[in-house]
Design a protein around this ligand. Structure first.
Ligand SMILES: [Zn+2]
Ligand SMILES: [Zn+2]
Length: 261
């Protein structure tokens, strides 16, 4: 009998006493199931909730030093005469350590259960701004940013789909995860220049032909885990608008801060 075997048995016993639902979804510390969003007190206190100034267009947090109404990226697009195709973005929190570890656990840690919790956070954020009744009539369709099928096959699920399903159910909104598909895998945007980003994303998405009747005239809400450069969201918004959507907004759990700080 070696010590690692004993350690394993010990962990299994712990699982019986403390089911996974009782661990903080960010740091893994044992907590209890009365905690809001299944976060321990320390992690809950460290979430960068966006309650202060945010970009009027994309919703990312604005630096206190930025006097404008929109973030650097949105201002540049606006003044160049080619504003983003989405109408308005919403995010719950700035992208910091707690937000990152929750998203990583959902995406890479085989924790699909976290999708439901993030859906609850998305719902609370929207309901607190617009009210439950207004929210229930705001969109004709909610759909997630799709994952490429190869990635989904490895992971077993699309994390944005789990979040979107949970959000739409709470909001009483129509949900369809099959509107947009990824036609090819894309590289991570981080480290790519503006032109490489454009090339990376252009033509990477397509609308499923059988869903076109749902899109004409529809107000659509796109769901994703994190909003960073906005290139992915914007490309999807563009093809949805081309297909006749009257409005495309997005809702993300986390958003990277402004480039100016
Ligand atoms: Zn924690
Ligand atoms: Zn912005």
């Amino acid at each position: 009998m070696n010590s690692s075997w004993l350690g394993k048995i010990g962990n299994e016993l712990l699982d019986l006493v403390y089911p996974p639902g009782l661990y903080c979804i960010s740091c893994g510390k044992i907590t209890d199931d009365s905690r809001t969003y299944r976060l321990c007190n320390d992690c809950m206190a460290s979430v960068n909730w966006i309650t202060d100034r945010r970009c009027a267009k994309c919703g990312r947090p604005l630096s206190p030093n930025d006097p404008g109404e929109t973030c650097f990226r949105c201002s540049v697009r606006e003044s160049s005469g080619s504003p983003q195709c989405f109408d308005k973005g919403h995010a719950c929190a700035g992208y910091g350590a707690v937000e990152q570890s929750v998203i990583f656990a959902l995406k890479y840690g085989s924790r699909p259960d976290i999708g439901d919790t993030l859906g609850e956070i998305l719902y609370d954020r929207m309901a607190s701004e617009y009210g439950e009744d207004v929210l229930a009539g705001m969109y004709d369709l909610v759909t997630p940013v799709p994952t490429h099928r190869d990635k989904q096959a490895v992971r077993g699920y699309n994390h944005a789909d789990l979040m979107g399903k949970s959000f739409a159910k709470r909001a009483g909104l129509r949900y369809d995860p099959e509107i947009v598909k990824r036609t090819r895998p894309t590289l991570p945007m981080k480290g790519l220049g503006p032109e490489a980003r454009m090339a990376n994303i252009q033509g990477a998405f397509d609308i499923r032909a059988r869903k076109l009747p749902l899109i004409a005239g529809a107000r659509i809400l796109l769901i994703d885990d994190i909003f960073t450069t906005g290139a992915t969201i914007d490309e999807i918004a563009r093809i949805l608008k081309d297909a006749g959507a009257s409005r495309v907004d997005f809702l993300a759990f986390a958003a990277a801060g402004d480039m100016i700080n």
